[in-house]
Design a binder for this molecule. Structure first.
Ligand code: C5P
Length: 284
């Protein structure tokens, strides 16, 4: 059986990344978050002080992208399928992902408000996109799990294909136009903003708990208080990024003609993950 590619595209904060990770874990596939590669490219621009007048520095940035190693590590690295976990708890557990830039863990550094503001601009350049495309294809080739043959009746062995799940904006249209399954994941603008806001607030809570623990240990508190934006601020930021992604010249965000559109505004996480794994299994 040929290897199986699942492309998951859609607007910002539609739940692509957590859904893609859960689908990959459930099917035993590799996973590539293509947005994180554009975020790494943006971090390179910021760190090399070429972000403020990026329009004059595209060749320099493209060169930097070509020279820098990007790795995406999914954790826990276990073969245990999610359904095993779900049978015990009734809920899917989403594995976490670590992004490495030349070996340095930049998982948090690529999700700052600064990167959020600049990333769609960086992703609009054709040269940047082809440099990132090379990285996407080589990461996918390495993340692709291999087909396994289970013990059948001897005459008709059952083969479970290996494969990869990649999420982004143009995976089904440009990166893997022949993907066996293409999903366009959408949700209402308000649902997406509220989810992102929730995510930020739980991060804030974790930070506060850590700070309280530090204070109890009588350690000096050197952290800078973080100001979290309102739901309206987040909605505006998502809208601006979607506008840039839909209206750019090079491989804009589009629904591939053969994509299955899933609007998850009123779906549970489990419902949307299982609807995708069911579709994949039907086509294997
Ligand atoms: O998915 P995420 O929000 O992390 O993506 C960040 C940005 O990277 C997007 O807003 C988009 O500008 C860019 N991107 C892209 N093509 C992809 C994935 C992400 O242009 N396949």
């Amino acid at each position: 059986t040929r290897d199986f590619t699942i492309a998951i595209d859609g607007p910002a904060a539609s739940g692509k990344s957590s859904t893609a990770r859960a689908v990959a874990q459930e099917l035993g596939f590799g996973y590539i978050d293509s947005g994180s590669i554009y975020r790494c490219a943006t971090l390179l621009a910021l760190r090399n002080n070429i972000a403020s007048d990026i329009d004059k520095h595209w060749p320099e940035l493209i060169d930097l992208i070509g020279k820098t190693g990007v790795e995406i590590k999914i954790q826990p690295n276990s073969n245990r399928s999610l359904s095993v976990v779900a049978a015990k708890t009734g809920r899917l557990v989403v594995p976490s992902v670590q992004i490495l830039l030349d070996g340095e863990d930049v998982s948090n550094d690529i999700r700052t408000p600064e990167v959020n503001r600049l990333v769609a601009k960086v992703a609009s350049d054709g040269g940047v996109r082809s440099a990132v495309l090379n990285i996407q294809r080589s990461l996918a080739a390495n993340a692709d799990t291999k087909a396994t043959e289970t013990q059948g009746n001897g005459k008709d062995p059952h083969v479970i294909p290996g494969g990869v799940v990649m999420d982004g904006r143009d995976v089904g249209t440009t990166v893997f136009p022949n993907a066996e399954l293409k999903i366009y994941l959408d949700a209402s603008a308000m649902a997406r903003a509220i989810r992102r806001w929730d995510e930020m607030n739980s991060q804030l809570k974790n930070k506060q708990t850590e700070e309280a623990a530090r204070k109890q240990e009588n350690k000096a508190d050197t952290s800078v208080p973080v100001e979290y934006p309102s739901v309206e601020d987040i909605a505006r930021e998502l809208e601006q990024r979607d506008y840039a992604d839909i209206n750019r010249q090079h491989s804009p965000l589009r629904i591939a003609p053969d994509a299955v559109v899933i609007d998850n505004t009123n779906l549970t996480f489990e419902q949307q993950v299982y609807s995708i794994t069911d579709l994949a299994r039907e086509r294997m």
